[in-house]
Design a protein around this ligand. Structure first.
Ligand SMILES: NC(=O)c1ccc[n+]([C@@H]2O[C@H](COP(=O)([O-])OP(=O)(O)OC[C@H]3O[C@@H](n4cnc5c(N)ncnc54)[C@H](O)[C@@H]3O)[C@@H](O)[C@H]2O)c1
Length: 381
């Protein structure tokens, strides 16, 4: 099957590499010729590094390059069995582009979007035959991150879902299927990792370094929330939170944080600007955590039960299956364990009582325990 990719930026280039490495002929279309040149050069660099490391032969690298066509003309998508769109995150532009895509592809061609935050249904509404619309959400960097979220819209046919799943799983990716809801699985369930950490800081319970220390030491997370937000970029992470918050009709559970907003406004974007929650200038000593074990454990458990609550609610509202929710968090954001399995190990009654204590303490809807968790604890008795 020929694979089309629209948009040769960060994500599009990564998806092209994955498809071409898996033996497909790929057509990459971008409006901007310079982007196409950059995309080709970036791929060459990556493949050369693999050759140097002895992980790829020169012949394989040449074959991959030979399978990719770079073009500025969407008509070149005509023979494709699937086109994956990875252009700017703007609904009006995506809709115009999908209308155009429908005109230049065969009726059986799956039309997929890599959008992180737009509804697949709204993009599909631009199509005359919307049963071939699909959300196919790769994570950055696409060649390295194992997870791909598959998001059928209300218009999508089961055949489109099945074909997409077979194709992406065939590329060695871990696929999970989720409902067309804000943040899909990962960007929804992970919100408290950032939000609750920020809230703990805002209450003056601990500083950034201590919260990061608590999550890596007691939770086994690869990075603490503030280190991770500095990696992602505070502007990017804040926008995702705000988008999810708005899309959930301002559910207080997803309320963005002023601390993050101010850091973002100040240009403290994280590693990319040299300063975020931490200062990355050369020679600057990093702040040391307060290694009070009791405090660390409290911080870790508070963030963890909020994450678990989010996972239970996603399951309650049938966003995805239990298995897929856990797979998504371990493969999309490298969590040390699936949250639902982790909750079982911790004891569902323990998780619920910690959430109830928070809810009682603050009286905020943000801390309301998921009805599913309550039901499961009740049924355990
Ligand atoms: N960057 C991430 O971490 C990430 C992760 C998952 C999903 N996404 C989603 O993937 C999509 C692309 O994100 P990105 O970070 O790769 O963006 P990017 O800015 O790196 O690349 C977008 C590319 O699209 C091209 N483009 C814009 N309009 C076009 C058009 N009409 N026709 C053809 N090409 C066009 C631009 O020239 C640019 O090269 C977005 O929907 C984003 O939400 C991003």
């Amino acid at each position: 099957m020929k694979v089309g990719v629209l948009g040769g930026g960060t994500m599009g280039s990564g998806i092209v590499q994955v498809a071409a490495q898996n033996g497909h002929e790929v057509i990459l279309v971008d409006l901007n010729e310079q982007i196409l040149i950059k995309s080709r050069e970036a791929l060459e660099k990556v493949l050369n590094r693999l050759i140097e490391k002895g992980k790829m032969s020169e012949e394989d690298s040449e074959a991959i390059h030979a399978r990719i066509t770079y073009s500025q003309d969407m008509h070149d998508f005509a023979p494709c069995g699937i086109v994956i769109e990875a252009i700017i995150e703007d609904l009006a532009i995506k809709k115009t582009v999908f209308k155009h895509l429908e005109g230049v592809t065969k009726p059986s061609c799956i039309l997929a979007s890599n959008t992180s935050s737009l509804s697949i249904a709204s993009i599909g509404a631009a199509l005359e035959i919307p049963d071939r619309i699909m959300g196919i959400h790769f994570f950055n960097p696409a060649p390295l991150m194992p997870l791909v979220e598959l998001i059928p819209a209300v218009q999508t046919s089961s055949e489109t879902v099945q074909k997409s799943k077979e194709l992406i799983a065939g590329w060695g990716k871990v696929t999970v299927v989720c409902k067309d809801t804000p943040g899909f699985i990962v960007n929804r369930v992970a919100r408290p990792f950032y939000g609750e950490a920020l809230r703990i800081y805002e209450e003056g319970i601990a500083d950034f370094a201590t919260i990061d220390w608590a999550m890596t030491t007691f939770g086994g997370f690869r990075m603490g929330p503030f280190t991770l937000m500095d990696y992602i970029g505070n502007d990017v992470n804040y926008t995702v939170t705000e988008t999810v918050f708005t899309a959930f009709y301002f559910d207080p559970r997803y309320k963005p944080s002023f601390t993050q907003k101010r850091h973002s406004e100040a240009g403290y974007l994280g590693r990319k600007s040299g300063r975020g929650y931490y200062n990355y200038a050369e020679g600057v000593a990093q702040p040391q955590p307060n290694e009070d074990k009791e405090l660390g454990k409290q911080i870790f458990e508070r963030i963890l039960v909020m994450l678990m609550n989010e996972a239970f609610d996603a399951l309650f509202l049938q966003v995805a299956s239990r298995k897929d929710i856990d797979l998504a968090m371990t493969n999309g954001v490298n969590y040390p364990k699936g949250l639902l399995q982790w909750a079982d190990e911790m004891g569902l009654d323990v998780v619920l009582s910690k959430l109830e204590a928070l809810f009682h303490e603050y009286g905020e809807d943000r801390y309301r325990p998921s009805p599913l968790l309550r039901r499961m604890v009740r049924e355990m008795k």
